[in-house]
Design a protein around this ligand. Structure first.
Ligand code: TYD
Length: 216
């Protein structure tokens, strides 16, 4: 009996206000309580340089950031994250759960900002040396629901969140297109489902993946 490859890489994706952080943390807790080695991380961020880039690119007050600069900042943060955090953890056999990854750039910068999904994907595959998730959980949220959910508890929205609903509709479509293009690597769930039901369905899929990795 041998393990096909060490670690398992899971990304949570979706529009703002989809509830990714809640579900990433539920999955982390469920796996950890089973004694599985698991790491939870997020983008932009995950490394000291990534956290600095996060505040530069998300906070208001740094003047105009043009679309290409924005795409390169997310890609730079991701390059550091992939090489310094995700790859070493996977090599050590850890399950890595990230809140956002390449699909966020393809959707927000490629579709939302109009840079083109193909170019943004190529840039990010170069930045990460082709490191792709084993599973992407896409929480599909209606832009108006997302806005309502994210502003319910917080007074302010970041630079990207405060874009209008049609920007968020383009992003939603781009995420769904990515999932439709590779259905076996995606689990797409409506973000409006109950938290408990979402958590159960995500865990079921991850357990199936973990089971399937052990080969005779
Ligand atoms: P996120 O951390 O999910 O927001 P929060 O923690 O405030 O809920 O993401 C921050 C914002 O950055 C979000 O609007 C999506 C955007 N983003 C991109 O535009 N491109 C990217 O590659 C990533 C990772 C995020």
């Amino acid at each position: 009996m041998s393990i096909q490859s060490p670690g398992l890489f899971i990304a949570f994706e979706g529009g703002d206000g989809a509830g990714k952080s809640t579900q990433a943390s539920r999955l982390f807790d469920a796996l950890e309580s089973r004694g599985i080695q698991v790491l939870r991380t997020r983008e932009p961020g995950g490394t000291p340089i990534g956290e600095k880039l996060r505040s530069l690119v998300l906070d208001h007050g740094h003047g105009t950031i043009d679309a290409r600069t924005e795409a390169l900042m997310f890609a730079a943060a991701r390059a550091a994250h992939a090489s310094q955090v995700i790859r070493p953890a996977l090599a050590a056999g850890t399950i890595v759960i990230t809140d956002r990854y390449i699909d966020s750039s393809v959707a927000y910068q490629g579709a939302g900002r109009g840079l083109g999904t193909g170019d943004v994907r190529s840039l990010n595959e170069w930045a990460t040396e082709g490191l792709l998730p084993d599973l992407t959980v896409l929480l599909d949220v209606e832009p108006s629901d997302g806005r309502q959910r994210r502003t319910a508890g917080e007074a302010t929205e970041d630079r990207l969140e405060s874009e209008p609903d049609d920007f968020h509709s383009a992003i939603r479509r781009a995420f769904l297109d990515l999932a439709e293009a590779s259905p076996s690597s995606y689990l797409v769930l409506p973000a409006a489902l109950e938290i408990e039901e979402l958590a159960a369905r995500i865990l079921e899929r991850v357990e199936a993946l973990l089971g399937g990795r052990v080969r005779r």
